[in-house]
Ligand binder design. Sequence first.
Ligand code: HEC
Length: 162
Amino acid sequence: MQKITQILGILILGFILQSCSGSGTTTENTTTPVGKPDAEEGGAPDASGKVSPDYAIKEVELTIPLEAGMVEEGKTISEMKCTSCHSLAENRLVGPGWKGITTRRKPEWIMNMITNVDMMLAEDEEAQKMLEECLVRMPNQNITVAESRSILEFMRHNDGVQ
Ligand code: HEC
C-alpha cells in the first residue's frame, strides 16, 4: 500500500515537472548591439549594481568569442545560487532547465529576469506564463547587473557558443 502511494506520488510529481519545460516559448533572439544598460532612464543601478524596480536593462552587447573570465564567474555564481533549482540540461528542477535558453530568450530578457524577477513577474507576459506553468516563484537572488552579465555568458557557453 505504501509502495503504491509512493509510485502515485512520483507519477504526479513527474506530471507537474513535465508541464513546465519553458521551451514552448519562442522569443526571437535578435542581438542588439551597443553598450551598457541605459543609465539615463529610470533608476539606474547604484554603486553596488543593484537595480531599482522601475529600471530595466534595455540593451546588452554580446561578444564572440566569449569572455572567458565572465564564463568562469558566471559558473561560480550559478553553482552557488542557481543550480539547486536550474539544471544545465533541458529538464526542469524547480525552474526550467537552461539548455537552449539563450536561443529562446533575448539577452536583455534573461538579465532582467535574473536581476529583477519581481518586476518581470509583475509586467512581463512571458515571465507570467512561466510562473503559471512552474507554480513556484523564483526568489530574488540579489544579483548585480554585472553578475547577471557573467551568468548570461556562462549560459551562452552552456549553449555551445565558443
Ligand atoms: C528556489 C528556486 C530558484 C532559484 C534558486 C533560482 N531560480 Fe530561476 N527560476 C525559478 C523558477 C520557479 C522559475 C520560473 C517561474 C518564475 O519565473 O518565477 C525561474 C526562472 C528563471 C529564468 C527564466 C527561465 C526561462 O526558461 O525562461 C531564468 C533566466 C532564471 N530563472 C535564472 C536564475 C538564475 C541566474 C539564478 C541564480 C542566480 C536562479 N534563477 C535561481 C526558480 C529558481
